[in-house]
Ligand binder design. Structure first.
Ligand code: CMX
Ligand code: CO
Length: 149
């Protein structure tokens, strides 16, 4: 079950300048930064609020590390802006399979590594009314279901 907006992914040319905009304008601080080579991004997570499912909602600021990455290609075509939304779930495997069975293209056979040790997958934007949609199981939850399984 999808139980929160985990994050909104925002593509930018200059991560440091964009982080500074969100700090100076709204007072949002960086909660976490990392480079995800597989996704081709340098990213900053800004925590906005905690959620009733025990998780949290973030802004994910994304700067491409390669021009041919998903974010690099998107920036070249569209310029800066909202790139994707991400829903949080305790069970990215089960939920993505159930969504695949409804005829929506899930981009990965198996969830991959996301921010802060999470497991993520994506749904094709053309099957989601133009919205690139990510599903996320956070590290604490992924760990818990590993132990249970
Ligand atoms: N939102 C909405 N539509 C999008 C989109 C986006 N973010 N990215 C691409 N599209 C649309 C394009 O506009 C294009 O539409 P038209 O054919 O009408 O022009 C179509 O999808 C195909 O786009 P493309 O530019 O040819 O790009 P690709 O097909 O090579 O890649 C996608 C698109 C979704 C498969 C690719 O971006 C992808 O694999 N995304 C998932 C991974 C990702 O985004 N990683 C970065 C974030 C990491 C993180 O969140 O941690
Ligand atoms: Co994301």
């Amino acid at each position: 079950m999808l139980t929160r907006i985990d994050h909104i992914g925002i593509a930018c040319h200059d991560l440091d300048a964009t982080v500074e905009f969100y700090r100076a304008t709204y007072g949002f601080e960086v909660f976490h930064t990392e480079i995800n080579e597989e996704q081709g991004v340098r990213e900053a997570m800004l925590k906005i609020n905690e959620t009733s499912d025990g998780g949290a909602s973030y802004l994910q600021l994304l700067e491409p590390v390669r021009e041919d990455s998903a974010v690099g290609k998107w920036l070249a075509k569209n310029g800066e802006g909202v790139h994707h939304i991400a829903f949080g779930t305790e069970d990215v495997d089960g939920d993505s399979e159930a969504i695949r069975e409804k005829g929506v293209r899930v981009l990965y056979e198996e969830p991959r590594n996301g921010s802060m040790g999470s497991r993520i997958t994506f749904l094709h934007p053309k099957d989601c009314h133009g919205v690139l949609t990510e599903l996320v199981t956070s590290a604490a939850r992924a760990c818990r279901s590993d132990q249970a399984g």
